[in-house]
Design a protein around this ligand. Structure first.
Ligand code: HPA
Length: 286
């Protein structure tokens, strides 16, 4: 059964309980939270001096039930930066309330993280995008939030951030510059575009995809924006990268329908590119 909890917000107690448990497992402070999307989990293998903590062991945490999501924190250092890497994330479509989907971000802030790199698998809507492209997220359209599901709904956690956080620079300009430089230095093509978030779990209809294109989306996915809202609320600096795992079928007679298998296969091609960009960003962050 999904863990449906009546609360609409993370509470101080739920954050403190998770933080206390994590500190007992590994007391090192975090600087950067990295969230790995579908098929991108291999990056966590590069973490040095790693401590692995399954979400299932952490008080208040939901389990990630999706195939291709291992469901653990890998805590250690990556290219010299103290990190916690999330090998798999929680999704709204799994039935978890958004406060629980984003609890790891609250916890990361409490563990000392000031930065977040968020990755995902996404469908390409921009006609120029191809499978296995990487897109730097420049902005997002949160259709889930616009429909009334937002992890910041409920009593505001004043010690974390303001009631009405602004989102004009949700995706940090300086970190984006680092990513562009890292891609250029490695000879990688890096797309730049707007990520639209839908709830899922179904893939979109052709009419929905045409709608998303019309409103200015370049890629579509089922995650990320909730985590970004909570990170920005807490003043964390965010970099977002989408791996394009399939391209949109804007009419039913074009191309093949998307599948989770296709998403996982493309993820294997995308992971090394994201790894190269993350390495370049971390080296510049040091
Ligand atoms: N739509 C929504 N989410 C996705 C897709 C898609 O086409 N591909 C990977 N995640």
């Amino acid at each position: 059964m999904p863990n449906i909890v009546a609360s609409t917000q993370a509470t101080r107690e739920s954050i403190d309980a998770a933080v206390a448990y994590l500190r007992r497992r590994d007391a090192r402070p975090w600087r950067l939270l990295i969230i790995l999307g579908s098929g991108l989990g291999a990056l966590a293998d590069e973490v040095a001096e790693a401590t692995c903590v399954p979400y299932a062991d952490i008080p208040g945490f939901a389990r990630s039930t999706v195939q291709g999501h291992k469901g653990q924190f890998v805590i250690g250092t990556l290219f010299g930066v103290p990190v916690a890497v999330m090998q798999g994330r929680m999704h709204f479509y799994e039935g978890h309330p958004l406060w629980q989907v984003t609890l790891p971000v609250r916890v990361a802030r409490a563990m000392g993280a000031t930065h977040m790199i968020v990755t995902n698998a996404a469908g390409g809507i921009n006609r120029e995008y191809h499978v296995a492209d990487v897109m730097l997220i420049t902005d997002h359209i949160n259709l889930v939030g616009m429909a009334g599901h937002n992890p910041l709904i409920g009593p505001n956690l004043d010690e974390y951030g303001p009631r009405f956080p602004e989102m004009t620079t949700a995706y940090d300009p300086e970190l984006r510059r680092y990513a562009v430089q890292a891609a250029q230095a490695a000879g990688l093509t890096l797309r730049q575009g707007v990520y639209a978030a839908v709830a899922g779990p179904n893939f979109e209809t052709p009419a929905e995809l045409r709608f998303l294109r019309a409103i200015g989306a370049d890629a579509v996915g089922m995650s990320t924006v909730h985590e970004v809202l909570v990170a920005r609320h807490a003043g964390m600096r965010v970099l977002g990268l989408s791996g394009i795992t399939n391209v949109a079928r804007l009419s039913a007679d074009e191309g093949e329908p998307p599948s989770h298998e296709e998403v996982m296969q493309a993820g294997a091609q995308i992971a090394p590119k994201i790894f190269t960009i993350v390495r370049g960003v971390l080296t510049q962050m040091l």
